[in-house]
Design a binder for this molecule. Structure first.
Ligand code: HEC
Length: 140
């Protein structure tokens, strides 16, 4: 007795769903809403890309390169006094192995023959760090 009853109900329910679904769908994506939704999606994508770009290494490396050329190249370019040479992966490997925070500290406070801030006391912490980022990224 129960089985035919259920089939009948389902039979009524489905055609109803099919009839109401297309207008609902159209209402959701109607004329104005498509460009608006696209604009929202695109602008949030753009924002996300920009935010990621700013937070990522790319601009820091450009800044680091400037600092490196102005201050660090003098010793690290040719390996003066045993400075790990720029681009010399073998020389940088054990240093990078100490961890980047340790290298920041060496660059900021000095380390053996490495003068604090490469001898340029005017450099800000983040400038010294970006030069370390630049040298280690390009040398490993
Ligand atoms: C006067 C020369 C000189 C200048 C300028 C210089 N360095 Fe160095 N640096 C050295 C020497 C020498 C060493 C190697 C020290 C050692 O391990 O004996 C060294 C080592 C380092 C190390 C590795 C430290 C460690 O813990 O292994 C880092 C990082 C570093 N320098 C960053 C910099 C940065 C960044 C600059 C520019 C802001 C810079 N150096 C400028 C001479 C210099």
């Amino acid at each position: 007795m129960t089985t035919p009853c259920r089939t009948e109900k389902r039979g009524r329910l489905w055609p109803g769903l099919h009839r109401s679904a297309p207008p609902c769908f159209l209402f959701f994506f109607n004329r104005e809403s498509i460009p608006m939704k696209l604009a929202t999606i695109l602008s949030s994508l753009l924002l996300a890309v920009c935010a990621a770009g700013a937070a990522q290494a790319a601009p820091d490396l450009a800044k680091g390169e400037k600092i490196y050329k102005a201050t660090c190249l003098a010793c690290h370019g040719a390996g003066v006094m045993g400075a790990p040479k720029f681009g010399d992966k073998a020389a940088w490997k054990p240093r990078v192995g100490k961890g980047i925070p340790a290298l920041y500290k060496s660059a900021l406070d000095g380390f053996k023959m490495m003068p604090p801030r490469g001898g340029n006391a005017a450099l800000k912490d983040d400038e010294v760090k970006s030069a370390v980022d630049f040298m280690t990224t390009k040398s490993s």
